[in-house]
Design a protein. Structure first.
Length: 124
């Protein structure tokens, strides 16, 4: 007679996943802006710069839009039921440049982008 513990089989050990780009250095560029049109224009400028130097590019990957909502009273003293709501939307994109050479990095650092666009660059 077998017990429940004996009949239960162990799951086979799974192999660890190895990142494809784990060995290869790459730049991870996160771009944030309040207006999506300015964001897309700056993305196109970055993609054109990377294409000019024949570098492999992954993206642009759209990240979730961050929405900040604020509720304020319209009047300062009496009308509590009368309120206004405001929101700020922060649009975000992600680009990976695989195996960048120094010319690409120099071109990206010297590039002038419109105001209101925030860029975070990480070497991974």
């Amino acid at each position: 007679m077998t017990t429940a513990k004996e009949t239960k089989k162990k799951a086979p050990a799974r192999a660890k996943k190895v990142k494809a780009a784990g060995d290869i250095p790459h730049l991870r560029i996160r771009i944030r802006a309040y207006e999506h049109k300015i964001l897309d224009a700056s993305l196109k400028q970055i993609m054109d710069t990377a294409a000019r130097y024949d570098v492999e590019v992954h993206g642009p990957v759209p990240l979730p839009t961050e929405i900040k909502k604020y509720t304020v009273n319209r009047a300062s003293f009496i009308d509590k039921n009368s309120r206004e709501q405001f929101e700020m939307r922060v649009h975000k994109r992600l680009i990976d440049i695989i195996n960048p050479n120094p010319k690409v990095i120099e071109a990206l650092t010297n590039m002038s982008l419109p105001s209101g666009v925030n860029i975070d660059v990480k070497m991974m």
